[in-house]
Design a protein around this ligand. Structure first.
Ligand code: ATP
Ligand code: MG
Length: 256
């Protein structure tokens, strides 16, 4: 069984793409067959995932023509990518005219998912038809939150959104909340962590992702952190997150 998980938070700049790419890469390093799907027209996940060939087709092309596939190899043998670029902006408008417009991505993933243990989807920072597709296609969600003052508000907005789209996807679960850009020297980080853990209890991953300069450098090298600096705190923490996540969804161990 393939698990499809969307990384989502309507708030911008909270670490969605960093988490999507690095969690996908670490799950791949643990020998899970992973597909990373870029559903953000910014294409940041695409440019960070160490593709081995230039992109000529994207997820947008697959939306228009069901006979096409756009799945690319990366430097990690177990990680494949379905890329995006600015063309995807067009889909925001074009999809609105379609019947079953919310299920276009689900249809695409149905065609490829048997080849993968996990599919990780990166979402844009807004609630548009692309994000609705990401929520409708998913089995579970991972919500990155930055330890700052309005963090809880961001999570409440997602919970509202999930309830609104519930009729499209009754089984959608929250697989976990991950605290990002964590800085234990900052009192606000500590306060937000306390509050988030009190509110959401075991939904919050024990692993946290610290603010780490290597994580902010790796995108400019076009690589996930484990290919850029395997010894960094960022690499260690995303590997720990991958292991904790696999345990949580019952896919621990290799090959399972
Ligand atoms: N743990 C971290 N330590 C240091 N920098 C980080 C960390 N996580 C993310 N960043 C940096 O913060 C910025 C925002 O991160 P990212 O792009 O992952 O957020 P996002 O939620 O995907 O943003 P958007 O809403 O625009 O899609 C990026 O420059 C990224 O490199
Ligand atoms: Mg992003």
């Amino acid at each position: 069984m393939t698990r499809i998980v969307t990384i989502v938070n309507q708030k911008g700049g909270v670490g969605k793409t960093t988490t999507a790419v690095n969690l996908a890469a670490c799950l791949g390093a643990l020998e899970k067959r992973v597909l990373l799907v870029d559903m953000d027209p910014q294409g940041n996940a695409t440019s960070m995932s160490a593709l081995t060939a230039p992109v000529s087709r994207t997820v947008y092309d697959m939306m228009g023509d069901p006979s096409l596939t756009a799945v690319y190899d990366t430097e990690l043998p177990y990680l494949k990518v379905m890329p995006a670029n600015r063309d995807l902006t067009g889909a925001e408008i074009e999809l609105l005219d379609l019947e079953k417009r919310e299920f276009v991505l689900r249809g695409i993933l149905d065609r490829v998912k048997r080849k993968f243990d996990l599919i990780i989807i990166d979402s844009p920072p807004s609630l548009n038809i692309l994000t609705v597709n990401n929520l409708a296609a998913a089995d579970g969600l991972i919500v990155p939150i930055q330890c700052e003052y309005f963090a809880l508000e961001g999570v409440s907005r997602i919970l509202e959104t999930i309830e609104r789209i519930r009729p499209l996807n009754p089984h959608l679960a929250i697989d976990g909340i991950i605290l990002t850009m964590y800085d234990k020297r900052v009192k606000l980080t500590f306060d937000v962590e306390q509050e988030v853990r009190r509110h959401f209890k075991k939904t919050v991953f024990e692993t946290v992702i610290a603010r780490n300069v290597k994580l902010s450098e790796s995108p400019s090298f076009g690589k996930p952190i484990i290919l850029y600096d395997i010894a960094s705190t960022g690499a260690r923490q995303y590997l720990a997150l991958a292991e904790e996540y696999l345990k949580r969804i019952g896919k621990g161990g290799t090959g399972g």
